[in-house]
Each structure stands twice: as structure tokens, then as C-alpha cells.
Design a protein around this ligand. Sequence first.
Ligand SMILES: Cc1cc2nc3c(=O)[nH]c(=O)nc-3n(C[C@H](O)[C@H](O)[C@H](O)COP(=O)(O)O)c2cc1C
Length: 271
Amino acid sequence: MRHSWRSYTGEPLGMDIRERFQVLISGMPPPPFASRLRFSLIDTGAEGRKSVKGTYGVIRGATHFLAGSVKKGNMAFEDYGYAFESLILFATSLGLGTCWMGGTLNRTMFGKFMGLENDELLPAISPVGHATQRRSILDTFFYISAGSKNRKPWSTMFFLDDFSTPLADATAGAYAVPLEMVRLAPSAVNKQPWRIVYRDGAFHFYLCRSGGHVSVFKEVDMQRIDMGIAMFHFHSSAAESGMDGTWQIVDPGLCSLPADTSYRVSWIPKS
Ligand SMILES: Cc1cc2nc3c(=O)[nH]c(=O)nc-3n(C[C@H](O)[C@H](O)[C@H](O)COP(=O)(O)O)c2cc1C
């Protein structure tokens, strides 16, 4: 059900919804690699359906934003993507619109709202609110230019044993649903940089880089955030089907990797 939405009705979030976010944020479990995260639901004071300050005119009519910070560190971006996507999907479950934004935001302005400290980064934010029925012109422009409705086929993203054999959904068995949820995940400019190799019962996640600002923008590694989002989709939908696992860095050391592709993390089922 989740899709990025950039046009909102201007109706503020009700008190009950704001409280539900506060409860969720204050009880959030630590992310897979225990980075120090902070999240906040921000009221920017925007009114009506006008474009919201600090979003370069991309977002209209949103009164509230989810924002967050992470302490700089090795797995900071993956952890941020993982945890922030849980907030995004919670908002979706309440019927609210969202849109990950790592590029079209004024970091100084949102950093002030967050009280950003020197050792922290503000990787991305999202409006959260009541979506309009139709997209604004700029929203439609972003939607079309990023090719947002398209997703890559399984055969180019999921593999068996190494990168030479595509993984069939019959072979994936019960893991076909978690993998499909990875396929549907949002990513910066819809690049879908994740690649997964299923080998000896474990799922090894790789990052296939695109160049330029899609990859790293103002110190923020967008595609490692994408990786964290994919990790959350995989883990939470596996958990929903009763399959538990842990995230570990155990590079299987495959000898031939596709161009611009590197190992990031593995999901090991709990036996
Ligand atoms: C890490 C990240 C950063 C993004 N940054 C922006 C952004 O700065 N501005 C924007 O309009 N959309 C941004 N997006 C939204 C993507 O363009 C969108 O998720 C993608 O095209 C897929 O479309 P969908 O979310 O509708 O499924 C971002 C998404 C992610 C995951």
C-alpha cells in the first residue's frame, strides 16, 4: 500500500495520532547494529495547502514531519533506514501519506528542529499527514521522473548460491514473501540497489551502487539507507510469517561480484 506522497490536505494530525507516534518513538527497539538514533514528530507550523518551507516546494499541505538523527558510525545509515522505515510503515497502517526525503530538504532547518549535535547526522525526513486524492503537478513530476511505479524483476536482484543463478520463487519457499517485500521497498530515485544471494540457508545482502548524488548526498549515504529499508522489509515480513533471524556481518566471500557491487550484511535464520 505504501507509496510516496508529496501533496497533503493541510488538515493537521489529530491529537490521538500524534500521541500514537510519541508512544511508538519512545518505545522503539534498538536497530540491528545498535546505532544511537533519535526520532521526532515535528510540527513545522505550516498552514493550508501551500508548499512547506524547507522542502524546496516539493511538499505541499503537510503540517507534520517525521525527522531523525543518527550518531555517525559504521552501520549508521543502515540502522537509520531500518528504524525510520518502521515509522513510515506505521504511518501507512494508519492510512497516512509519507515520502522519504533525503535530498529535497533544508537540513539546517530540520537540524534545528532536531537540536542536531556535532556527532550526529540528519539522514532523511518524511512528511506525514492526510494525502490529497490527486497528486500535485510537482509530485507527478517526481513520480514520473523517478519511474516510481516500476520495480526490477526478481531475476535481476535475487540469486541462488552466487550471482550466476537467479533465485526462483519456488526455491525461496516461505521466504518468497519477505523477498517480494524487499522488491516493493522505496529507494532513493527508485534505484533499488539491493541484491540478495540465498546461500546455505542464509540471505546475503549486497549493494549495487549507482553513481553521483543518488549514491551519497551531503555526507549522507542514500543507498546504505536504502539497504536498511530493505533489511526492515525483509526482517519484519519474515517475522510476520513466524520466521526469526539475526543480522550479522559474515561475508561469504563470493569470488565474482557484478560491477559496483559490494557485500553489506546477512540475515541468518534462528534455528
Ligand atoms: C533514502 C530515500 C531518499 C529519498 N529522497 C527523496 C527526496 O529527496 N525527494 C523526493 O521527492 N523523494 C525522495 N525519495 C522517494 C523516492 O523517489 C521513492 O521512494 C521512489 O521513487 C519509489 O517510489 P514510491 O516510494 O512511490 O514507491 C526518497 C526515497 C528514499 C528511500
